[in-house]
Ligand binder design. Sequence first.
Ligand SMILES: [Fe+2]
Length: 287
Amino acid sequence: MPASAKVLTSDAPRLGAQLQEEGYVYLPAIFEPSFLRALERECDEMAARYYRVENLDRHAVYLSDNTPTRISHAMMISAGPSPLPTVPLEGLKSVEHFLRFHDEVLGALLGADVPAWSRSMLNWQTYSSGSKPVTEHFDGEYLDYRKNEDGGFTLHEGLLPRLVLILTLSNENDGELQGTVLRDTRTGREVSPPSRSGDVLVFDNVRMRHRVPTLERPRRMAGLRSFDFRAVHFALDEASCRPGASYRRMPEGLVSEEVDAVAVHQQFLRERWPQVREAQRTEGALF
Ligand SMILES: [Fe+2]
């Protein structure tokens, strides 16, 4: 039988303390190979089923990052009906189980039940030998992302999942750097927990930054992070803050836990998303 987070919830106080202390929790060998293979098959099935222009247009499915050495997919899912765009999970028992596991872990670590309507982004990535590195970042819905004069981009406003959960599906890399590298913004310390198949890594997405170095050998992962439950609002400066919410400083700007993430997302879909999608289409990025 695949793992249930129920076994972890009894350990929740210790894991919660570890998350507070270190900014992450590493859980070795949580899932069995048979479950990992089934989840991989269902992820491939989801890519075939849902990578359609209409799902990208309504923002339930996100652009695939396709390079010769790394392929990534991402889409929004939820356990129950959501007021925001999602893709259905009919016939996807392993994905449903993985989402339930994520929701239980998130609930145990944050000390609250995760509502069935809240959406999580499911992503999965395949890294080939000598994969292009993923530069350091935090995960989020980038609501207002502006081009600088020097050609770079600056995030002015976003919604950041509180925690990110990563499951290693397979990994042929060994040694020091096997997968995700975390940097603690409080201490500057970098850690790279093991990433063996079946391992789970949960980290604080506001405190920690993450990157993936060039991997010498193939690796596959799947991740989940909640965009609606306990997501925090990011503002570069006061101009992007929402009225009535209190913010605290973080390295890149300001964050608030008092903003209604669903309302902000709905407003984004109404007012900004159509232009963002139009720009994607103009650049020829259909998928
Ligand atoms: Fe990421």
